[in-house]
Ligand binder design. Structure first.
Ligand code: ATP
Length: 263
């Protein structure tokens, strides 16, 4: 089994790099190519936002990074080491990443604090008192200190998603993967989650900037949060650049079409 070291990236090495990543689903006439040679870099401390129309492969791309989907071909390099290698220790890789989904996926029978301490205690064998101290600090960070003893169904959707973000961050991941985390929320609850993500991006956690790879349909959020926007189309990176270059360039016809559809 290949082990993946937890050292920081070497100078000039992106924390995450995708190289010619290919992924399709189905076979024969039903085969659907979803990622058709995707290249992408995420530098440590930066935020890359992936946009694209529904079905363009944004979730698949994030799931490939989190090793929830196997690639057909190409490399997923974490600190320069290929974690798409089938022999890699997937748990060691996932310990360095955290993913937040559209659905919050909190355990309904566990209090919020216990949802946040579950992975540290069960997977990482952190003693209960230590795990609870870390979870309490993270709940404070996401503005849910007063909900630690509540059950998920006693929280609004926005609060549940903030609890899911606390759970994702409690182990101090090097890279946070965010997959359409506001899509399931009522419109009036979207703002509180995006505000939290902006604050995590700009202020970090415990003084450390949060490196993020984000899939979203929220264009104003993408403008504010992203160092780089990547526009996925037909399984390929169609455009990449600063938010202004990609989202506001009137010459980019396909981006304009896409933005029109979102409005
Ligand atoms: N496990 C799977 N089996 C078969 N097809 C799949 C699977 N996962 C995704 N797909 C297909 O791959 C394509 C890309 O899906 P994906 O969820 O990555 O797109 P997306 O850009 O995230 O879409 P959305 O914005 O609607 O969430 C879609 O056509 C989808 O139906």
């Amino acid at each position: 089994m290949t082990t993946v070291s937890a050292r920081g990236p070497g100078p000039g090495t992106p924390l995450l790099a995708l190289r010619d990543v290919r992924k399709s689903f189905g076979s024969g006439a039903d085969r659907k190519v979803v990622l058709d040679g995707v290249d992408l870099d995420v530098a440590a401390g930066s935020c890359v936002v992936v946009v694209g129309s529904s079905g363009s492969g944004k979730s698949t791309l994030l799931r490939v990074v989190d090793l929830l989907e196997e690639v057909d071909d190409g490399q997923v390099l974490l600190d320069g080491e290929d974690v798409a290698d089938p022999w890699v220790d997937a748990d060691a890789v996932r310990a360095r990443l955290a993913m937040v989904f559209q659905q919050y996926n909190l355990f309904p029978h566990l209090r919020v604090l216990d949802n946040v301490t579950l992975a540290p205690r069960v997977v990482h064998r952190v003693p209960r008192a230590e795990a609870e101290a870390a979870a309490s600090a993270m709940l404070e960070r996401v503005g849910l200190a007063d909900k630690a003893r509540a059950y998920p169904d006693q929280l609004s959707g926005g609060q549940q998603q903030r609890a899911a973000i606390a759970r994702a961050l409690v182990n101090g991941p090097e890279l946070l993967l965010l997959d359409e985390v506001t899509s399931a929320l009522d419109p009036e609850l979207v703002g509180e989650v995006l505000d939290l993500l902006l604050s995590l991006r700009h202020e970090g956690v415990a003084g450390r900037p949060t490196t993020m790879l984000v899939a979203t349909h929220e264009m104003s959020f993408a403008r504010e949060v992203a160092d780089e926007v990547v526009f996925l189309h037909d399984g390929r990176v169609h455009e990449r650049g600063t938010p202004t270059q990609v989202l506001d360039d009137p010459q980019q016809e396909r981006t304009r079409e896409f933005l029109r559809r979102l409005r």
